[in-house]
Design a protein around this ligand. Structure first.
Ligand code: ATP
Length: 678
């Protein structure tokens, strides 16, 4: 309807080549994307925007900024700079910017369920508001970055000031998108993989340019597909848009393989395993192929990076992950090296494991100049002896619960109560070379060549190449006796045994003792709502609503209510942790069906739960449409532990839940008439 502007006047979302990208261009595309739910349309709209930005941007950085704004990030995720401002601060900013009372804004929020819409409506009530210079992508990006990094004294006030400045310059729909970016959720169905596909397509289009018209449709689509799969592969090795995008624009996807590879100092997304329910299932998958079994340690995943700055291929720049400077061991002795330990989620763990950091140089052989290790940190007890030298306590692995008593930050070396030992199961990079495209047999040989066990500090994962059900069963029993969770079974030779970053692969199977006792794999679910307790328990939540993240619809689906088996102390502690996360209203990203908790929470806390079995449900929405139109829920869910190493978006996916349901259904079918019992 806004077509009244004269034809000579450019729309505010258009711009000249070489000028900074107007924020209006981004807002315009977001609104168009929001108006459709069709994945291909979304992809096309985003490709259109990115192609324009690539062609017109004065600097490749602007393309990177647009991509970051599309996925609600400001830098690579391992840097740990996040938006996601609390509701309170945004409400305050809206009240002050638009001269409204906080209570009125809250009331609007209750009605609309979305602060972006509240902001838009508040803005519309002020038609006379003077809008200053138009916002640009680089301008908005740097302000958001400033907001995310402010800390300490008066930081809340300074954040408030910056938000108000942004709001004052917003026009039309921009208001809504700025607010949603500040909240850290755009909610327009832009999963990161859609962004990757669109980015690849725009880069290919840009390279082909005017030649496009001479190409056949088949050739063009083959080019697009090749570009997309190259970009995805490169991104999983080097999850860093600041490096990938400029290279992508300069060389196209084909050139990326050379310039962007696994690099120490940039944590990659770890390879993940598929669950199996029975040893026979393992053999169905691996029989006739070379495979190996390893102990599955019950600790925390740790990716260890080491490099010497200045040496060939060593990373430099602000986007290197946080590391600690250490005396370089082995081959580079005399120099200073950079050592980093990262979680499954690429979080810096040096603040949690300073003892580990101190011991790592001890197990590196002199031949080692740079490396990336994949390993598990476990809680460990040293053997104890009496004065005569008799062993009084054999020591060994301690349960995960012991490890979880450790603080997440600021651990002091001399106050450590539970010590840790690292078990390495893979080597991904050594002395300047990536090993991702070598098979596990080769990677394991190199691991043993360049590292050495150190008593009570480091060892290689215990492994055995088994071939029969009996051998696997015996090794599984041994792993449990040694206090492990079970086994990891891995392809050993050939292309199927390459390391697959970020993939949940059939080439790694997990065989946990729990599965065999019939409980199945655990699920990691987000605590999305709470129910107040009854009777004596009204001051705490007595039950919780759990959900899973659906990346396709960018929403949290409900899975089950969990409320039994918690101790009084549990409930007190959970309440203390969750109370500050209470939301005024159910947010638009909650797609919970008939589940109606008393309060919704910001989706931040992930719990691991076990279940007796999965069932179809008319109330819960998880994986609805995947197996049936109904959702899938858990029967008798049981709390296991808090998963501090997982974000809400790493919760068990609807696809995984559907897979579990199908596996259970086919097992039930298989056992019908088969005796059962026990
Ligand atoms: P997800 O499968 O979603 O990663 P999770 O984090 O709960 O779930 P698990 O199901 O416990 O992971 O299984 C994989 C994890 O097991 C790895 O991430 C790693 O931390 C741990 N692990 C322990 N021993 C090994 C091993 N030998 N090889 C690979 N991983 C191991």
């Amino acid at each position: 309807n806004g077509a009244s502007s004269s034809s000579s006047k450019k729309a505010e979302w258009e711009w000249e080549k070489g000028q900074p990208v107007p924020y209006a261009a981004l807002a315009h595309s977001f609104s168009a994307i929001e108006a459709t739910t069709k994945r291909l349309e979304i992809q096309a709209l985003l490709s259109e925007l990115l192609t324009k930005v690539i062609e017109r941007a004065s600097k490749p950085e602007e393309v990177t900024q647009v991509v970051y704004l599309c996925i609600n990030r400001l830098c690579p995720d391992y840097i740990g700079m996040e938006l996601g401002l609390g509701e309170g601060l945004i409400v305050k900013a809206l009240a002050q910017s638009f001269g409204r009372e906080v209570s009125k804004i809250k009331k609007d929020l209750e009605q609309k369920g979305d602060l972006g819409l509240v902001a838009l409506a508040s803005r519309a009530k002020q038609p006379t508001m003077f809008a200053g210079k138009a916002l640009t992508v680089p301008g908005v990006f740097s302000t958001l970055k400033e907001i995310a990094t402010l800390s300490g004294n008066k930081s809340q006030e300074r954040k408030l000031g910056l938000i108000k400045k942004l709001l004052a310059a917003c026009k039309g729909e921009e208001t809504k998108w700025i607010i949603r970016s500040l909240e850290g959720k755009l909610r327009i169905g832009l999963a990161e993989r859609t962004v990757l596909v669109s980015l690849a397509q725009s880069a290919v289009n840009h390279r082909i340019g005017s030649k496009k018209h001479k190409m056949s449709a088949e050739d063009l689509s083959a080019e697009l597909e090749k570009g997309t799969s190259l970009l995805k592969a490169v991104y999983s090795e080097m999850p860093n848009y600041d490096r990938i995008i400029p290279a992508l624009i300069e060389t196209g996807p084909e050139g990326l393989r050379k310039s962007c590879q696994l690099t120490p100092g940039i944590p990659l997304k770890p390879m993940l395993a598929k669950p199996t329910k029975a040893i026979t299932e393992v053999l169905d998958r691996f029989e006739g192929k070379a495979f190996t079994c390893e102990y599955k340690y019950d600790g925390e995943r740790a990716q260890v990076h080491f490099y010497v700055p200045g040496e060939a291929k060593a990373i430099e720049g602000e986007d290197a992950a946080p590391t600690t400077t250490v005396e370089a061991p082995g081959g580079s002795s005399g120099k200073k090296g950079k050592l980093g330990v990262f979680s499954r989620n690429s979080e810096d763990m040096s603040v949690k494991y300073p003892d580990l950091l101190e011991s790592i140089p001890n197990f590196v052989k002199p031949s080692t100049k740079s490396f990336v290790l994949d390993a598990e940190v476990t809680a460990w007890k040293k053997a104890e002896m009496d004065e005569q030298g008799n062993v009084t306590d054999a020591g060994g692995l301690l349960p995960f619960q012991q490890l979880s008593t450790r603080k997440r930050k600021g651990v002091e070396l001399d106050k450590i109560a539970v010590r840790v030992k690292l078990f390495a199961f893979d080597l991904l990079y050594i002395n300047g070379e990536s090993l991702l495209h070598e098979d596990l047999a080769t990677r394991r040989a190199k691991l043993r060549e360049h590292f050495q066990p150190v008593e009570n500090e480091f060892d290689f994962a215990t492994s055995q190449d088994c071939n029969t059900v009996e051998e696997i069963q015996t090794f599984l029993d041994a792993s449990v006796a040694d206090r492990c969770e079970g086994l990891m079974v891995k392809m050993l030779q050939g292309e199927d045994a390459f390391y697959e970053p970020s993939r949940r692969s059939m080439n790694w199977l997990k065989l946990k003792k729990d599965y065999l006792s019939g409980t199945g794999d655990s699920l990691d679910l987000v605590v999305i709502g709470g129910y107040y307790g009854k009777g004596k328990r009204t001051h705490v939540y007595g039950a919780f609503l759990l959900g899973c993240w659906d990346a396709d619809s960018e929403s949290f689906q409900s899975v089950c209510k969990i409320g039994t088996g918690f101790s009084e102390a549990n409930l007190e502690a959970f309440t203390a942790q969750l109370k500050p996360l209470e939301l005024t209203v159910k947010k638009g990203y909650y797609d919970v069906g008939g589940a109606a908790p008393d309060v919704f929470f910001e989706p931040k806390i992930v719990w691991e739960v076990l279940t007796a079995d999965l069932s179809l449900s008319p109330v819960y929405t998880a994986a609805k449409g995947a197996v049936e139109s109904r959702g899938i829920s858990l029967r008798f869910p049981r709390f296991i532990r808090i998963r501090e190493d997982k974000d809400a978006e790493d919760s068990t996916s609807p696809e995984q839940i559907a897979d579990m349901y199908r596996a259970q259904a086919s097992a039930a079918k298989g056992s019908k008439g088969g005796g059962g019992g026990g």
